[in-house]
Write a protein of this length. Structure first.
Length: 110
């Protein structure tokens, strides 16, 4: 929803620009494909349109080494609190997800 003051100084609300609440349950990763029809209108580039619909596969030169590396946790209480706040925000919007217990320590996560 966009709110702006008009020339008369009155606050004007434009409901046509309100966020689409129907997408709230869809994970952020891959959400772009739900707007593929909008991209069809805005570009004729076949690569862009295909990437929006199907995603982008990265081609690596080699496989990463086969070992697990833990990221150190900060001992600074303020930094720890900030990280916990970020995690608490990102989990419910499905921008991140927990690694299943049976998979922890077995690979690479990004």
């Amino acid at each position: 929803e966009v709110k702006a003051k008009g020339s008369s100084g009155v606050l004007v609300t434009d409901p046509s620009n309100a966020p689409d609440r129907s997408l709230e349950g869809i994970p952020i990763g891959g959400r772009l494909r739900f707007f593929a029809d909008k991209w069809d209108v805005s570009t004729s580039d076949a690569w862009v349109r295909d990437t929006v619909r199907s995603g982008l596969a990265l081609e690596f030169l080699s496989f990463p080494p086969n070992f697990f590396m833990r990221s150190p946790k900060s001992r600074d209480p303020r930094k720890h609190s900030l990280m916990q706040t970020a995690i608490a925000h990102l989990l419910p919007i499905r921008a991140i997800q927990r690694v299943p217990l049976d998979q922890q320590g077995q690979g690479f996560y990004s």
